[in-house]
Design a protein around this ligand. Structure first.
Ligand code: PEP
Length: 253
């Protein structure tokens, strides 16, 4: 199997002023001692991107935005384009987070447009998918994941797909303290991997990293990261404090 570099990503959501975000990233930069064999990404709010980008100038920590529009410019009040994010120093963008699907009307189609736009300007993308509690209880998890994958990856070729990172985030586990068990997460990740293998060239499908997200904490990260198809974590709540995110980055496995 192709070795995939683990990726630990902090999603700060709508937390922190620009100054607070810079202070936190400086603590991370100082506190993370283990950058070998893992990649670290932070996703502050838009208003903190420029400040965090300069604080990270000579750091291995990479910068992500939490959302973008698919157009490069135009009359889209309140929106931010991929090229603007690139210009401010972003390496990648989180797309299709369940909070955006749930509260801001994001659909598989809009997610797909964003992914295509990001690939076009050579920005990385963390593409989130995941089922709700009702869907899991109705045993529709795999069906939902398959549909989100088909919609989100529409029209992408091998070369474009190879640049993506996926994040499996069961909606019922996000911000709830109810983490998927390592077995539940592994089952979903293996299904996603299989789906990618059916769709893309084997080598491409096997190089795409699949992160797990949903109440990842210092005390459950090791067992999650021990699963063969879990290639990293997308962390919300536990990334808001330097010591807990530093411990998550420092996972064993
Ligand atoms: C997230 O926002 O992507 C997330 C997984 O949040 P939390 O870790 O708080 O569940």
């Amino acid at each position: 199997m192709t070795a995939r570099m683990p990726l630990m990503a902090a999603n700060w959501k709508m937390h922190f002023t620009a100054d607070e975000a810079v202070a936190l990233v400086k603590e991370l930069n100082k506190g993370i001692t283990r950058f070998d064999g893992r990649e670290v990404v932070v996703a502050p709010p838009f208003t903190a991107l420029a400040g965090v980008a300069s604080a990270l100038a000579s750091s291995p920590i990479k910068l992500a935005a939490q959302n973008c529009h698919w157009e490069s410019q135009g009359a889209y009040t309140g929106e931010i384009s991929p090229s603007m994010l690139r210009h401010v120093g972003c390496d990648c963008v989180i797309v299709g987070h369940s909070e955006r699907r749930q509260y801001f009307g994001e659909t598989d189609e809009s997610v797909n447009r964003k992914i295509v736009a990001l690939v076009e300007v050579d920005l990385g993308c963390i593409f989130c998918i995941g089922e709700t509690l009702e869907e899991r209880q109705a045993e529709k998890t795999l069906e939902v994941l398959a549909k989100q994958l088909i919609g989100g990856l529409e029209g992408l070729g091998e070369e474009q797909a190879g640049k993506l990172v996926l994040a499996y985030e069961p909606v019922w586990a996000i911000g709830t303290g109810h983490t998927a068990s390592p077995e539940q997460a592994q089952e979903a990740h293996a299904f996603i991997r299989d789906n990618l293998v059916k769709r893309f060239d084997n080598a491409v499908a096997n190089q795409i990293r699949i992160l797990y997200g949903g109440s990842v904490k210092p005390d459950n990260v090791d067992e999650l990261m021990a699963q063969p198809d879990i290639d990293g974590a997308l962390v919300g709540g536990a990334s808001l404090k330097a010591d807990s995110f530093i411990r998550i980055v420092d996972f064993e496995g």
